[in-house]
Design a protein around this ligand. Structure first.
Ligand code: NAD
Ligand code: WQD
Length: 437
């Protein structure tokens, strides 16, 4: 599916139709990037492409400017077909070997790739007349944002191989392919889960608490501290997969500093686009707090279980740093911009994306009750295995280096979630009426 005019360079978004990916694709278009989305729809729907397009057109129409290109390929990014897609997004220059600086042909369209082979000098040549001409290939993909992963903590405990296969092995093979095409600008969806039980320290989490090579840093009192790689108490294969991916990315960047790799450690992404057109709409049964509350509001679940009321927090329920998904999406644009502007000083760098502010589970519940003007049935149950009581971001690094800051509040999140939930309920009711008729 190709929407919009063809431009020169693209950002490839892998897993771009999911919850965070869809909001990010929209923000990329709004920031004038051409976008190529790869998604296998394992946890999303193709209709999201049209929703993104509608919102992008709404944005560009008053500006009287055409929207950038939005291309979508439905594909598992582990498929061998990824190589031909990447080849499609290259420009090619054929020149005579005798005068390589004078191109005979410059082209971006499809090329008979089967006739190419790679020489020692890294230049692709046409097999049959390799002695006469050289063919240079340059990718039109200027950056990649990688969202494609499975994300259920509970499922990862039951099916660890499924998680390691997609989240870790998939990433490794994909990185090899990107290297082959000279694409080295990479943004990775990481998670506060990499802090493991270290999160429970009760103060905002600094990036240095989880590093992949020995490092020193200055603490708030200016004292030089030594950090060893690794973290204690990662509680699930999902969490370990994110830590492993970050380690792999850090190793690659260390071996070849021409990479620019940004790992964005999301805290608790919530909310949705204010239009109600994009939101969290997974194929999987939701297990995160706000999507579960939404199912109670929609009447598909009778009661919210509050996991744990004995944490040492103001009301006994756990504290999290809830970040609006649109703020989070903009964090990815900020990361691309910071990398392009040379503000990221290391080939691998991790950033917390959070608000720096914590809210308890009860505060979230009350906020949604207030917005929806409904009572949300809830009961107190014991702690959920693997939970931590406190997890809040220290956000100075992202503010300084990415020049990005979350601006939306918990109230904004509640308003947008209620808007999205209400629309879905109305849609469901009208579908049911239609079926009855
Ligand atoms: P999501 O499931 O809504 O989106 C992931 C998208 O990737 C889906 O559209 C899915 O169909 C696609 N996908 C999965 N495997 C694929 C594959 N092999 N090939 C092609 N497409 C594939 O999840 P999300 O909440 O948008 O999360 C995006 C990323 O952010 C994930 O890497 C996740 O681990 C990470 N993350 C999410 C949260 C959160 O709470 N949502 C928090 C921290 C980190
Ligand atoms: C928040 C709080 C629950 C559901 C998870 C992953 C993490 C990251 C974000 C991807 C906790 C409580 C929840 C419910 C409840 N994902 N809760 N009743 O656990 O902070 O983080 O999602 O990377 O890796 O672990 O988020 O929304 O599941 O829970 O009381 O029905 O809400 O116990 O204290 P969490 P969450």
């Amino acid at each position: 599916l190709d929407i919009g005019g063809a431009g020169s360079s693209f950002i490839m978004v892998v897993g771009g139709l999911g919850y965070i990916g869809s909001h990010t694709v929209l923000e990329l278009l709004k920031a004038n990037y051409n976008v190529l989305v790869i998604d296998d729809l394992s946890n999303s729907y193709e209709s999201v492409v049209q929703r993104i397009e509608t919102l992008a057109i709404e944005h560009f129409a008053p500006l009287q400017r055409p929207m950038p290109a939005l291309h979508f390929r439905q594909l598992d990014y582990r498929s061998p077909l990824m190589r031909s897609i990447l080849a499609e997004y290259c420009s090619y220059t054929v020149s005579n070997k005798a005068s390589p600086s004078t191109p005979i042909v410059s082209a971006t369209p499809r090329f008979p790739f089967s006739t190419l082979h790679r020489t020692d000098s890294g230049i692709d040549m046409q097999q049959e007349d390799a002695s006469e001409t050289t063919l240079r290939r340059e990718s039109r993909i200027s950056g990649v944002i990688h969202f494609a992963a499975y994300k259920s903590v509970e499922e990862s405990i039951r099916m660890p191989l499924r998680y390691y296969s997609n989240n870790v092995c998939g990433l490794v093979d994909f990185l090899s392919l990107l290297e082959e095409f000279g694409i080295k600008n990479f943004v990775f969806s990481s998670s506060a889960t990499v802090y493991g039980e270290g999160a429970n320290c009760g103060v905002p989490l600094r990036e240095e608490l989880c590093v992949h090579h020995p490092e020193t840093y200055q603490d708030d009192d200016g004292i030089e501290r030594q950090v060893s790689p690794g973290v204690l108490g990662l509680t699930s294969p999902y969490g370990r997969s994110k830590f492993m991916c970050e380690s792999i990315l850090a190793d690659i960047a260390r071996s070849d500093p021409s990479w620019s790799i940004t790992a964005l450690r999301y805290f608790n992404p919530v909310g949705c686009h204010e239009s109600g057109l994009l939101g969290e709409d997974p194929r999987q049964k939701p297990s995160n707090l706000i999507p579960v509350i939404a199912t109670v509001l929609a009447g598909t679940k009778p009661v919210l279980d509050i996991f744990g009321t004995d944490w040492s927090t103001p009301d006994g329920t756990a504290v999290r740093d809830f970040i609006h998904v649109v703020d989070l999406a903009r964090g990815h644009i900020a990361a691309l911009a910071a990398s392009a502007a040379g503000r990221i000083k290391a080939p691998f760098r991790a950033y917390n994306l959070g608000t720096g502010r914590g809210h308890t589970v009860r505060e979230v519940l009350q906020s949604l009750e207030k917005t929806s003007r409904r009572t949300i049935p809830a009961r107190e149950v014991g702690r959920r295995a693997g939970d931590v009581g406190f997890c809040v971001a220290e956000v100075r690094r992202a503010e300084t280096e990415l020049e990005w800051k979350a601006v939306k509040t918990l109230k904004d999140c509640s308003v947008d979630v209620w808007n999205f939930t209400k629309d879905r309920c109305l849609q469901q009711a009208s579908d049911e009426m239609e079926m009855q008729c």
